[in-house]
Write a protein that binds this ligand. Structure first.
Ligand SMILES: [Zn+2]
Ligand SMILES: [Zn+2]
Length: 140
């Protein structure tokens, strides 16, 4: 008897005046949307991730409501936007700040690993530090 209100109470406090029929219709729409998402999986990943994962930033724990849900974005853990498993294992809900941070860290990570060789190729370039050249001379 109480199970219906228990189920609704948590997330749909604003929608409490909906009738059962309206709720069923909405549910049907969601199900058919989920089906059509199978046809264009990649474009629907945000909706899917927001449905699977809680509306909380996985990094800073900020909670989101319907009003500011646009600030909650979906991040691909392996940074591959084509990798969209239906179980959501490659998705992470991140607020725009943590998402930005995550990507700049990833870029730094790539930059730190990659251009070591490029730096060695341009010895007397950007830096005017005389000791940089000294170091190079000592190495030779
Ligand atoms: Zn965050
Ligand atoms: Zn991302």
């Amino acid at each position: 008897m109480a199970s219906k209100s228990q189920f609704q109470a948590k997330k749909e406090t604003t929608k409490q005046n909906q009738t059962e029929a309206e709720r069923n219709a909405a549910m049907e729409r969601i199900v058919s949307m989920a089906r059509s998402n199978n046809d264009n999986r990649a474009s629907g990943y945000r909706e899917q991730s927001l449905r699977i994962h809680s509306h909380v930033c996985a990094k800073c724990g900020r909670e989101f409501s319907q009003e500011n849900l646009t600030e909650l974005t979906v991040h691909h853990k392996d940074h591959n936007h084509d990798n969209n498993p239906a179980d959501g294992s490659n998705w992470e809900n991140l607020c725009i700040y943590c998402h930005d941070n995550e990507h700049s860290r990833y870029t730094e990570h790539l930059a730190a690993n990659k251009p070591l060789l490029e730096k060695e190729r341009e010895p007397e370039g950007a830096t005017h530090n005389p000791f940089a050249n000294l170091k190079q001379l000592l190495k030779k």
